[in-house]
Design a protein around this ligand. Structure first.
Ligand SMILES: Cc1ncc(COP(=O)(O)O)c(C=O)c1O
Length: 259
């Protein structure tokens, strides 16, 4: 309930009530007036370090530095949502490692057990001493099979060699997408954070995102929508180079068919 209330999006919250109150939203990466949303009553600031819905937008380092400073000043906890950005997706085990900030609480899920249902939180000692074992339980929480899978995934993904190949493939993606753009001048912006890539289509382009996604699916490439003008690639972290190349050929073919 808190999670959906945070987004303040009507399509997510309609039909749910009562929503938690006292949430203040602030534009992402905007440091102006940031101090106005903090007070000594602020319990916590909750944020993602890479936002996919706005097209794989990374947090600005100055924005994070200011949040860190204000949270410290007002004794507010920093809660980082790494449900999407965590577990190697951005080229480090967690995205926060790239932003000079250490969360008091970090939420993770999705990639942690490669599709097997598991999610969790990590906390600093300062926070965890207030939560004894069992105080944050769920029926299936701590299931031994899910946890064993999660352990294995962490062991594999946290290896430097594994994370390096994620970063190398990010470069491959960007180079190939730039080449497509040089030929067809169809992208406004290409953004990425590890193997998480957003491609914003030119505002005056004939290409409609939904059509591009449909065409790509029809041609055998699975891509997703980030927002009304941006597609999102979120491939397996062990995707082979040949598949990156093949996928982007299909993407180019789909684009050409819509120009
Ligand atoms: C960024 C982000 N945070 C939180 C959640 C909610 O995670 P869960 O479904 O594990 O509660 C999601 C789900 O898609 C998400 O994408």
């Amino acid at each position: 309930m808190l999670g959906i209330a945070l987004a303040k999006a009507k399509h997510l919250t309609e039909g749910f009530a009562p929503l938690p109150r006292g949430i203040k939203n602030h534009p992402y990466n905007d440091i102006s007036n940031l101090e106005k949303v903090f007070s000594d009553k602020t319990a916590a600031v909750i944020l993602e370090l890479v936002q996919w819905q706005s097209g794989i937008t990374k947090a600005d380092k100055k924005f994070i530095a200011k949040i860190k400073k204000l949270a410290k000043k007002h004794k507010a906890l920093v809660i980082i949502d790494e449900v999407q950005s965590g577990i190697g997706r951005t080229g480090t085990l967690f995205a926060y490692e790239q932003f000079n900030i250490t969360p008091d609480i970090l939420c993770f899920a999705k990639g942690i057990s490669n599709g097997f249902p598991l999610g969790g939180i990590l906390t600093s000692d300062k926070v965890s001493k207030h939560m004894s074992a069992g105080s944050h339980g769920t029926t299936f929480g701590g299931g031994p099979i899910a946890c064993a899978i999660g352990n294995e995934v962490i062991d594999t993904i946290s290896k430097k060699s594994f994370l390096n190949q994620v970063l190398k493939k990010e470069v491959r993606f960007i180079n190939l997408l730039n080449k497509i753009n040089e030929k067809h001048k169809c992208f406004e912006k290409i953004t990425s954070a590890g193997l998480w890539v957003g491609v914003e289509v030119n505002k005056d382009s004939k290409i409609q995102i939904d059509d591009l996604i449909k065409k790509s699916h029809d041609n055998g490439l699975m891509i997703l929508k980030a927002n009304a003008s941006t597609v999102r690639f979120s491939p397996s972290l062990i995707i082979e180079n040949e598949l990156v190349d093949e996928g982007l050929k299909i993407f180019e073919k789909s684009i050409i068919s819509l120009l």
